[in-house]
Design a binder for this molecule. Sequence first.
Ligand SMILES: [Zn+2]
Length: 258
Amino acid sequence: MRHKTFLLLAAALTFTCACRNTVAEVEIHPIQDNAQPRLMQRALFSEAPDSLIAELGLEEGIPASVCAFLVKADGKEILFDAANGAPDSQLVPKLISLEVKPEDVDHIFITHLHGDHIGGLTADDKAVFPNARLHINTVELDAWMAMPEEQTARIRKTIELYEDSLDKFTLDDTLPCGIKAIEAYGHTPGHTVYQIGTNIIAGDIMHGTALQVKYPQYSARFDMDKTQAVETRKAVMKTAQEEGLRVYGMHFPDPYWL
Ligand SMILES: [Zn+2]
């Protein structure tokens, strides 16, 4: 409902005024962070029967990746998530190869606060992207901040380092560059996907596309609320299909979209 309201609103704005809420051109660059090929272990999908896994030829694991996405829109450099910041992280080298220095990044939108999505925000106790506004759904941030400190040390440290540039938002807020946040809860309490132009940056709605596109009822162990994650997965893919949107995922294998 909210989504439909937004589309009507966006259409009205396009028609009536200077288009601050629409994006004429969007350039999306998937950035695979992992240097080595990545397979999600079959055991992560424990509810999927062996017979199905064998039929799909996925006994050895399901092809995946760890990705962030650089989006150029509205004259801004926009990053969606920041991958895991492992020692062999490809994020910063690949940004530089796209002629984007870390200090050039204007906005970072976070899908959720797992380490493989925010690890790359910091290095050596410093913010890697010193000039970026950091956008996080209030529901996600508040949920993690309510958890015990010892389980959330990395998140707390990251938020502290970005304290002056943190923009907590709700789903009703207007976000910069025509970006729309869409509720996609389940994987984490406030997991959020983003629409920009005709694209959805879908975070962790799937961890093994070769299984879950056809069989969305099977969740990976990482989904904190599996029932809700299944509903979200189905809803996002249904919307994408109905509206002709391209879906990019942080763990989709090359080419990183469906
Ligand atoms: Zn993830």
